[in-house]
Each structure stands twice: as structure tokens, then as C-alpha cells.
Design a protein around this ligand. Structure first.
Ligand code: SF4
Length: 200
């Protein structure tokens, strides 16, 4: 296989990269080292169009932020640190002086925040803490298809530590090009877009 030429300065990880990696570390390898496409571009473009429309409508609902206790908001905030980057739908300042990410989801709320949504909020909280220098210990997901249900996620140090480890692992794969371990859940291989390339 080709020798990777990525250096530590070239690496800019997004929340989607972290989510892919958590699903299976080999996704990081196939996607970012071998650069094999996932064939899902059309789907994501369609979702993006729909998302923009719903986002506009949801944002007018000021009472959602009031319910949370936000005293200030910033919209579509691009945040970048040396290890991570992303665009947060909203960065809220809460009445206790802390900050929190808020993300809109075109999905139904089913008892608790989806794992991928939670991971995304942890990424945003880490970006907010590093950029603004204030704690971000909560995150919010607004579920558009459940009458704009607002779900709160507590983000503790353990979640941030887990994120740090995931990012270290991703960087290691990108820099050294080492083929990583497979996912622990074999079920995931059944509908994986990389299954034809992956020795299982
Ligand atoms: S086939 Fe399984 S082990 Fe291979 S990349 Fe996909 S999920 Fe990971």
C-alpha cells in the first residue's frame, strides 16, 4: 500500500471524522489514508438542503433558547483549534457564564440523545472551551421532528478525555498509515460501505 505523506500539521479533524472513527477505526483508514469515497454524497446533499430550510424555521423559535436559560447566542460559528475544527449551529452563553453548543437535528427524539449527536456535542464543547476559555459542560440538541424537543447533554471530563483519546488514535493512523483494529461490533460490517475492501 502507498506510503502516507501526511504530517502532523496537515491534520485537521472534524466531528464527522470522530464519529466515523468511533463507528469503526478502519473507516478512518479507508476514508482518510486510502481516500476511498463512501458513495453517499448525493444523500448528504439532499439532507443538507432540507436541513437548511428546517434550520431557518427552528431558529425563529426564540422560546427554545429561553427555556435553556441562554442570555446570548452566536449563529453558525466556525471554530478551529490545532486538533479539531467544526461549525456549530449556535454557541449559547448561559446565565451562569458558561457556554454551550446547540445543534439542530432533523430527527425524532427517542428517549435519549443519539450517540452520534452526543459525540458531536462533545466535540463542539471541546472547541468552545479551547476557543473562548470558559467551561462548556452542557450541550443541547433540538429535535425538529419531535416538535423541537430540546434535549440536554451533560458533558463531563470523562467524555472530554475519551474524545482526546479518539483524536490521538485518528492522528496516529493518519500520520503512520497503520491499518487499525476492526470495530468490536460485527453487525456493523453487514452494511458497511467499505466491506469489499476490508479483510474481516
Ligand atoms: S467491514 Fe467492518 S471492520 Fe471493515 S471497515 Fe467496515 S465496519 Fe470496519
Amino acid at each position: 500500500m502507498e506510503t502516507p505523506t501526511i504530517t502532523s500539521e496537515d491534520i485537521s479533524i472534524t466531528p464527522s471524522d470522530v464519529i466515523q472513527h468511533t463507528y469503526c477505526p478502519r473507516h478512518t483508514y479507508f476514508q482518510s489514508v486510502l481516500r476511498l469515497p463512501q458513495f453517499e454524497e448525493k444523500y448528504y446533499k439532499a439532507m443538507k438542503g432540507r436541513r437548511m430550510h428546517d434550520l431557518k424555521l427552528a431558529r425563529n423559535k426564540e422560546y427554545l433558547r429561553k427555556k435553556i436559560g441562554a442570555v446570548e447566542k452566536e449563529l453558525d460559528v466556525y471554530l478551529a483549534t490545532p486538533r479539531l475544527r467544526g461549525i456549530v449551529d449556535e454557541v449559547l452563553t448561559l446565565s451562569d457564564g458558561t457556554k454551550a453548543p446547540l445543534d439542530y437535528k432533523y430527527a425524532k427524539f427517542k428517549k435519549r440523545i443519539y450517540k452520534t449527536h452526543a459525540l458531536q456535542l462533545v466535540c463542539y464543547a471541546a472547541l468552545i472551551e479551547e476557543t473562548y476559555g470558559v467551561p462548556a459542560t452542557r450541550g443541547y440538541a433540538v429535535y425538529i421532528r419531535s416538535s423541537h424537543h430540546v434535549a440536554e447533554l451533560k458533558i463531563d471530563d470523562r467524555a472530554k478525555e475519551r474524545l482526546r483519546k479518539e483524536i490521538d488514535e485518528i492522528r496516529e493512523i493518519l500520520i503512520n498509515g497503520k491499518f487499525p483494529r476492526r470495530t468490536r461490533s460485527k453487525k456493523r460490517c453487514m452494511d458497511c460501505t467499505y466491506r469489499n475492501y476490508c479483510p474481516q
